[in-house]
Design a binder for this molecule. Structure first.
Ligand SMILES: *[C@@H]1O[C@H](CO)[C@@H](O)[C@H](O)[C@H]1NC(C)=O
Ligand SMILES: *[C@@H]1O[C@H](CO)[C@@H](O)[C@H](O)[C@H]1NC(C)=O
Ligand SMILES: *[C@@H]1O[C@H](CO)[C@@H](O)[C@H](O)[C@H]1NC(C)=O
Ligand SMILES: *[C@@H]1O[C@H](CO)[C@@H](O)[C@H](O)[C@H]1NC(C)=O
Length: 337
């Protein structure tokens, strides 16, 4: 069972045989790009002229937000997150109050999945991009999923794949992640294709069996990572009822990182902390994710407490994390219902 809710509550649904097939197909398409049967993946890989070369709307947005080295931060917003004193406000507050993080707001691209979120983003004079919903991609899943945000999930993966195809690397962050320090200083491992946070960290940064959390990761743009996102997106066909995090976990357990020759680093919760496993080290903690929490309301309460503790700690002294009471209660309440 995955420990986080926003990506994690899973059906461990997968038909693993079919998943292996997808992995095989991708590996195969890697090895023999000219094969006729691989039209689907070729289509996605060779969209040079139409997608990449044109200086399109996305390119403009990426250029504006990115640092000189074609790196930026990306977060997805919806109308619930942009409510007054909501998740977006708290997220921005953490960036303003964190150590060496304020300038990062200029390099943050907010991807709005609805018009209310987009308008709010514009009003705040941030970098905003309106993600268009392709109905064709959603029609089948819509039968099963009631949550609008889950429906957007696969669209989001397709979008992030397009960002990689445009040659930009990025930190993807959920909005319920507090940025207390500049994470780039901890993500400077040259040659890593993907550095991803974990619900729990097993002590080995290169061990595939760490349970990943897709609420925070840093991915570079190259052929391997584009193929990974191709595979991730393609897996929606068989993992439609899974959350994207679970789908990536399945691909991981099938060995996709090795098959693509990727260098993947699993991030220590000491630096990239979360409610599932609190960082032991207040002096080193970089981000705090409200994973293992069931409602936005509870996340807001407990993350506000985290930010307050961080500020009063003066970032040098040792303090204890406040208990995540609201989040703990969010599970109990759920059981009663
Ligand atoms: C990609 O597009 C550019 C510009 O149109 C072109 O010069 C180049 O040959 C294309 N590359 C491939 C692999 O199609
Ligand atoms: C890009 O530039 C920023 C700002 O100088 C730096 O913090 C970051 O590590 C760089 N990223 C990469 C991938 O080089
Ligand atoms: C991707 O692979 C092709 C063919 O192997 C190579 O020519 C190209 O430079 C690679 N592109 C990137 C971004 O690594
Ligand atoms: C943090 O607290 C210590 C000891 O109380 C003090 O010496 C230091 O100046 C403070 N630092 C900041 C940035 O306020």
């Amino acid at each position: 069972m995955s420990l986080s809710t926003d990506h994690g509550v899973t059906g461990r649904v997968a038909n693993l045989i079919i998943v292996s097939l997808v992995v095989f197909v991708i590996t195969y398409s890697c090895l023999s790009p000219s094969s006729e049967s691989m039209a689907f993946f070729r289509l996605q890989r060779s969209s040079n002229a139409t997608e990449v070369a044109a200086k399109d709307e996305l390119e403009t947005a990426l250029e504006r937000a990115s640092m000189v080295n074609k790196t930026l931060m990306i977060a997805v917003i919806n109308k619930k997150y942009v409510e007054e004193n909501g998740m977006l406000d708290l997220f921005l507050q953490s960036l303003r109050e964190g150590e060496d993080t304020k300038f990062l707001i200029r390099h943050l691209l907010l991807v709005a999945v609805d018009q209310i979120a987009f308008d709010r983003c514009k009003l705040l004079k941030l970098h905003c991009y309106r993600l268009a919903i392709k109905r064709t991609d959603l029609s089948r899943e819509q039968l099963y999923m009631s949550d609008g945000f889950i429906k957007m999930m696969w669209q989001r993966i397709a979008f992030l794949r397009d960002v990689l195809k445009h040659g930009y690397g990025f930190i993807f962050t959920d909005m319920d992640v507090m940025w207390l320090r500049n994470p780039f200083t901890k993500l400077n491992h040259v040659g890593d294709d993907l550095q991803i946070s974990c619900d729990a960290y097993n002590g080995n940064p290169l061990d595939d069996s760490n349970p990943i959390n897709t609420g925070f990761y840093f991915v570079g743009s190259n052929n391997k990572t584009i193929l990974l996102f191709d595979a991730w997106y393609a897996s929606r066909i068989i993992s439609a009822r899974m959350q994207d995090q679970s789908a990536l976990s399945v691909l991981k357990s099938k060995g996709i990182f090795k098959q693509l020759g990727m260098k993947v680093r699993f991030l220590d919760t000491r630096h990239f902390s979360g409610f599932c496993q609190d960082s032991r080290d207040f002096k080193e903690v970089t981000t705090v994710h409200a994973n293992c929490c069931r409602s936005v309301k509870a996340k807001l309460v407990d993350l506000t407490a985290v930010l307050k503790a961080w500020k009063s700690s003066n970032s040098t002294a040792m303090v204890r994390w406040p208990e995540h009471k609201a989040c703990a209660a969010s599970w109990i309440k759920d059981i009663r219902i």
